[in-house]
Design a protein around this ligand. Structure first.
Ligand SMILES: Nc1nc2c(c(=O)[nH]1)N[C@H]1C(S)=C(S)[C@@H](COP(=O)(O)OP(=O)(O)OC[C@H]3O[C@@H](n4cnc5c(=O)[nH]c(N)nc54)[C@H](O)[C@@H]3O)O[C@H]1N2
Ligand SMILES: Nc1nc2c(c(=O)[nH]1)N[C@H]1C(S)=C(S)[C@@H](COP(=O)(O)OP(=O)(O)OC[C@H]3O[C@@H](n4cnc5c(=O)[nH]c(N)nc54)[C@H](O)[C@@H]3O)O[C@H]1N2
Ligand code: SF4
Ligand SMILES: [Mo]
Length: 733
């Protein structure tokens, strides 16, 4: 089983190499590929946050092929396996082609006028009767910046509620919290170009090979050319990323904070600290107060290798080895994703990784950075920079600052008093309020929360009972089941727009073909809803995507993410474009990143708390959830591609052979995985990927929904849920 999988991954690496030659050959399409009538159009992959440039091949009014964009310096023409089949997803049988309204429990086809009319009337009624906070918007890091911008304006600026959230809360919120508390500014300082200049990579809680394959490919290429480059992994599971590991610390899920502190202690004790850098650029703090460097060292004294080893399950020698590797490397780049963010101590975990860079001065120079990998293609651009969360406004602004509200209200053409100073409800609280009936109407766009929320079944009640509108490109999904109205959304390639990737680069996507059926662009659906709700003056003016983008970039002028020099006309040519900072700021772009008033970053002395629900005698196993290479989230897209389904056709629970033997479980046995929240019948995969004591379920399938098991406890700072660990038990079915 495991061998087959490895072979497949090798094969997809080979396929990626083929793409670099220029063209991705699709099964059955080879014949017509070079036909004169085919044209190529600039786009971006709509899956992960790497932001690979993609060219769309069009024939007639049809998308017929994709290939990597050779001119794009992120991926240099390469694509990963999911992306190869993206053009097929456009024509999936499950595309939603007409608006539908639920009548007597059944979806009935409706006209746009009827569907939007119903939504507008219902939203206005609820607003009038219960106040603006009875309404909410729940969006996505896969939505375009223009789309999130329109939603933000309608809800925060016109309806007058800050109940605007999105799935980046489930994903990047802890990274945002980490950057803000460590540096005073969001988003990483480095770029992908640091990869080729780095001597060491600390991959902590990132399955880079499967979740960010083109970044992984760059790591592989760099290391194969420079064998001295070291790869250090801190992760509870063995994954395909291990193919390039020099050292892997197998921590127990949720227990790695002590390990990172122990590494910091060794770095200082053994003289790897950059004392000069520390003096110039660093402050020290704990949760209550400022510390001196001496006090921080004192704090670290608890974290001997032996102590950290006992807590984490790693050997003391390996911790020492890892710290020395980090210290000895001339430059170092950390990359992390959900293994750190999806934790009740996600912000702290982020802080501690950044500590390692600040202590050793391995930051702010080419090849060194604490570089969070973003999950979705536009979580950085549309949601973080665009302000698509309940406390934010466009341009890295916040609702609580009067000057920020005023600046935004002016451009939106609404009274500043429309924008509330108090943040709205964060995602888990939003769905809780829906359960309680405090929120009575919600508009869900480009996300599938009925499957992706933690402890999901708990939140189906609110989705059942309240007025739910779902804008979707596919049907049915776990969430459309609960919708009162579904609105067909134009899909990637059928709409214009901008995505902003992990390294803060903006990329333009051309509208290549017309939307299918009656599908419409999400941004214009929102515009038309705004008009129907009575906000004519505010929304009638947007005739094109460019109208929306131009207004948005005007709002970013003078902020730390100034995009005012990046109109569509320039984005069409430059691929990909960094935030268009003035040249003098660009020079020192890495230091400008330090956003605290004294220009210093913070090394945090955080306690080494474990997970919310540790294992115990009743539930002795740690359950972890995550991704596979071939599939994307809730399968509405990759699940429609036969080639990807054949590669990984169904869900399974990975269990270590030692545990399996003790419990009498064989490979492919049906087992029941149980947590305090739910039970799931699923096939066992006995494999030495998780360590003994840990089990893992890929969460993509609705039929084997991992989120009926996961815990909805959130990080108190970032409000991001702890998908990555809860207590479970397993038995033969
Ligand atoms: N193929 C594919 N690629 C994707 C996606 C997809 O659905 N499919 N989704 C995209 C999105 S939105 C995201 S957010 C990213 C996610 O990208 P990743 O975060 O890389 O992917 P995950 O599979 O969620 O798990 C991350 C890793 O965290 C580890 N981990 C779990 N618990 C702990 C812990 O306590 N400590 C440490 N140190 N590590 C831990 C897991 O073992 C796993 O290796 O992927 C993006 N790319
Ligand atoms: N157990 C577990 N759960 C997790 C995670 C985990 O690691 N473990 N990870 C979490 C993370 S990091 C994330 S990011 C979330 C992701 O969770 P979701 O966002 O809920 O998952 P997706 O399947 O990406 O949902 C996107 C939806 O948008 C639809 N869509 C696609 N294109 C368009 C479009 O152009 N317009 C519109 N309107 N709709 C469109 C798709 O069909 C799909 O239904 O899941 C979270 N849930
Ligand atoms: S690495 Fe991410 S952005 Fe690049 S082709 Fe694959 S899924 Fe798309
Ligand atoms: Mo994500």
């Amino acid at each position: 089983m495991s061998l087959k999988r490895r072979e497949f991954i090798k094969a997809s690496a080979a396929a990626a190499a083929a793409a670099s030659i220029g063209v991705t050959l699709m099964p059955g399409m080879e014949k017509n590929l070079f036909a004169d009538s085919m044209t190529w159009h600039k786009s971006v992959c709509r899956y992960c946050g790497v932001g690979c440039g993609m060219m769309i091949g069009k024939k007639g009014n049809k998308v017929v092929a994709v290939k990597g964009d050779n001119e794009n310096t992120i991926n240099n023409g390469h694509l990963c396996v999911k992306a190869f089949y993206l053009h097929k997803v456009v024509y999936a049988k499950t595309r939603l082609l007409h608006p539908m309204i639920k009548k007597n429990g059944k979806f009935v086809k409706a006209s746009w006028d009827e569907a939007l009319g119903l939504v507008a009337t219902k939203f206005n009624e609820l607003r009038k009767q219960y106040g603006p906070d009875a309404l909410a918007f729940y969006g996505s890091g896969q939505a375009e910046t223009e789309e999130t911008y329109m939603a933000n304006k309608l809800w925060k600026g016109c309806i007058g509620t800050n109940n605007v959230e999105g799935n980046p809360r489930l994903c990047m919120a802890s990274a945002v919290g980490g950057y803000l508390t460590s540096f005073g500014k969001d988003e990483p300082a480095g770029t992908y170009e640091d990869i080729e200049k780095s001597n060491l990579f600390l991959l902590v809680g990132s399955n880079t090979a499967e979740a960010h394959p083109i970044v992984f490919e760059r790591l592989v290429r760099h290391k194969s050319k420079n064998p001295d480059v070291k790869i250090l992994i801190i992760d509870p599971r063995k994954t395909p990323t291990d193919q390039i590991a020099d050292l892997h610390l197998f921590v127990k899920p949720g227990w790695d904070l002590a390990v990172i502190h122990a590494m910091a202690r060794i770095l200082i004790k053994e003289g790897y600290a950059d004392e000069d850098f520390i003096k110039k650029h660093v402050n020290f703090r704990d949760n209550k107060k400022a510390l001196t460097y001496e006090e921080y060292k004192q704090f670290l004294e608890t974290f001997t290798p032996e102590y950290a080893a006992k807590i984490s399950g790693v050997s003391p020698d390996e911790i020492v080895k890892a710290a020395r590797m980090f210290g000895q490397a001339k430059t170092a780049m950390s990359m992390w994703t959900m293994g750190l963010n999806q934790r009740t101590r996600g912000v702290w975990a982020n802080n501690l990784v950044t500590n390692l860079h600040l202590i050793t001065g391995k930051i702010g120079v080419p090849g060194s950075d604490s570089f969070s990998l973003t999950g979705q293609p536009n979580a950085c651009g549309g949601v973080r920079e665009g302000g698509g969360l309940c406390h934010l406004l466009p341009g890295h602004r916040v609702v609580k600052k009067p000057a920020h509200r005023e600046a935004v209200a002016k451009v939106w053409g609404v009274p500043a008093s429309n924008i509330q100073p108090k943040p709205g409800k964060h995602t888990v609280a939003m769905f809780d309020a829906l359960n309680k009936g405090e929120i009575k109407g919600i508009y869900i766009m480009c996300t599938n929360p009925a499957q992706s929320l933690p402890n999901a079944s708990k939140y189906w009640k609110g989705l059942k009972e309240q007025f739910v509108v779902v804008a979707e490109s596919f049907f049915p999904t776990a969430t459309t089941e609960y919708a009162d109205v579904v609105l067909p959304a134009a899909f990637w390639s059928e709409k214009v727009g901008v995505y902003g990737c992990t390294e803060r680069r903006s990329q333009y996507m051309e509208k290549v073909v017309d939307p299918q059926g009656e599908a419409r662009w999400d941004a214009f659906i929102l515009r038309d809803l705004g008009i129907k709700m009575g906000f004519k003056k505010e929304f009638k003016k947007y005739k094109t995507g460019e109208d929306i983008w131009t207004e948005y970039i005007g709002l970013t002028k003078g902020t730390d993410m100034d995009l005012s020099g990046a109109p569509y006309s320039r984005l069409k040519k430059v691929r990909p474009l960094f935030d268009a900072l003035p040249a003098e700021k660009k020079q020192g772009r890495r230091m400008y990143f330090y956003g605290k008033p004294d220009g210093k970053a913070v090394v945090w002395a955080r306690p080494d708390k474990g997970p919310e629900e540790p294992t115990d005698a009743e539930y002795p196993l740690a359950l972890s959830t995550g991704r596979v290479l071939e599939h994307w989230h809730t399968l509405t897209m990759t699940g429609t591609v036969p080639e990807l389904n054949r590669a990984v056709p169904k869900a399974y629970v990975e269990i270590n052979p030692d545990d399996a033997q003790k419990m009498g479980i064989d490979n492919k046995d049906q087992v029941v995985v149980e947590t305090r929240r739910g039970k799931l019948k699923i096939e066992a995969r006995v494999i030495d990927r998780p360590e003994p004591g840990t089990i893992f379920i890929p969460w993509h399938w609705k039929e084997w929904m991992a989120n009926i098991l996961t815990i909805d406890a959130v990080d108190p700072g970032s409000k991001e849920p702890e998908y990555k660990v809860c207590a479970a038990r397993i038995r033969k079915a």
